[in-house]
Design a protein. Structure first.
Ligand code: TXA
Ligand code: MG
Length: 353
């Protein structure tokens, strides 16, 4: 398949993109979180094509993207008051809500579930593209299954050129991590995937909100409720370790390990933040931004993981970015990328004699 790449989307190219979707084709498009791989959410054949293009298991449901709050009623007949209140407060924006689905939503789009995920992205190009497409665009992140979500068109092209009809450029993704997923089908709202909209922010609207216990459990039988969260996504090709501890000990531990690995002929990399970046010695040291601004780290993380892949880095060490709010989403993705491999440098660094 020849993929048309749209560098400067104008009304005519967005109209063309919409026609591709309405005819059952696939278009990758920008959102404020990460790029999406879109198809008509109401067309089962289009959903099947999305799974094939991504190389994704078809039991993993897709998010339906809309461009008007009122279009919620076409996806679900059972919309709680809280959903309208959340939509008013956070849409357009990086919040996905899980609701009971309507019969008009095909099971192919929801991975066979009776519930549907819906979100209204905060991106001008996305909104006009969704509207031109008929209003309901099913889209997972626009990466091949198992790779970090793309935050720049060059990574979409890397993964999907020849697999979709069109790719629309929207520059770098502002947020850089996928949307918060909130399940509203249980008695109490549950966060199935942490994101930019934090539980603190949701508490402005909700009396109660909790985090899916399956997210933090190490027990493989304790499955996360969002089918996609059980897969080891976001995995770099190299071996990634997250290093906790005091900044001095983290630098010391990483430099010791890095020099050992380099002696063995391995290529090493570090995910660092702010002023400590210059203290690391490795083949490639990436500055993820100011550690006191978690939005810096969130918008840089996937790009950095992809760069390490491109550079064929064997051993990657990352500082830990612990904290409330958005740090929770950052650590969720970073720990997943690391396959939960962590060390505490405070326990391992030897005191100088
Ligand atoms: O920011 C985002 O959400 C991006 C952009 C493109 O909008 N999309 C995205 O889609 O991250 P995807 O497919 O990579 O992740 C969707 C997640 C998966 O973990 C999936 O299992 C979960 O949402 N999900 C979808 N429908 C669900 C449902 N009905 N119940 C539980 N989880 C669901
Ligand atoms: Mg994804």
């Amino acid at each position: 398949m020849k993929t048309e790449i749209i560098r400067d989307p104008d009304p005519a190219s967005i109209e063309r993109a919409g026609r591709i979707i309405r005819a059952g084709g696939l278009v990758a498009f920008p959102t404020e979180t990460v790029y999406g791989l879109g198809g008509d959410a109401m067309n089962p054949e289009a959903s099947r094509k999305i799974y094939a293009a991504k190389g994704r298991p078809s039991d993993n449901p897709l998010i339906i993207h809309i461009s008007k709050i009122s279009d919620l009623t076409a996806v679900s007949a059972d919309i709680p008051e809280t959903a309208w209140a959340l939509a008013e407060r956070f849409w357009p924006g990086p919040l996905t809500m899980i609701l009971k689905k309507n019969s008009s939503v095909p099971p192919e789009t929801t991975g066979g579930l009776e519930t549907a995920a819906v979100r209204f992205p905060d991106n001008r190009i996305a909104a006009s593209f969704i509207e031109a497409s008929g209003g309901f665009v099913a889209a997972p992140s626009a990466n091949l299954s198992g790779r970090p979500s793309p935050t720049d068109i060059r990574y979409v092209i890397e993964d999907l050129d020849g697999r979709v009809d069109m790719i629309i450029d929207g520059g770098r993704s502002r947020i850089g991590l996928e949307s918060t997923i909130l399940d509203l089908t249980e008695e109490e709202p549950v966060i199935l995937r942490p994101g930019f909209v934090t539980s603190e922010m949701l508490s402005e609207v909700l009396e109660k909100v909790s985090l899916d216990p399956g997210l933090s459990s190490e027990d493989p039988d304790f499955r996360p409720k969002a089918p996609g969260m059980k897969y080891r996504h976001y995995a770099p090709k190299g071996d990634l370790t997250v290093v906790y501890g005091s900044p001095e000990n983290v630098v010391k531990y990483i430099n010791e390990q890095s020099s050992l690995m380099r002696e063995r002929g391995l290529r090493t990399g570090v995910i660092a933040s702010g002023p400590d970046t210059g203290k690391y010695r490795a083949d490639s040291v990436k500055n993820a931004g100011d550690r006191h601004r978690p939005s810096d780290i969130s918008s840089a993380l996937y790009r950095i993981l992809r760069e390490f892949d491109d550079e064929e880095t064997d051993e990657i060490y990352s500082e830990a970015f612990d904290g409330p709010g958005l740090y929770c989403a950052v650590m969720n993705r970073l720990l997943k990328a690391a396959g939960h491999k962590t060390v505490n440098a405070d326990m391992l660094v030897k005191e100088a004699p």
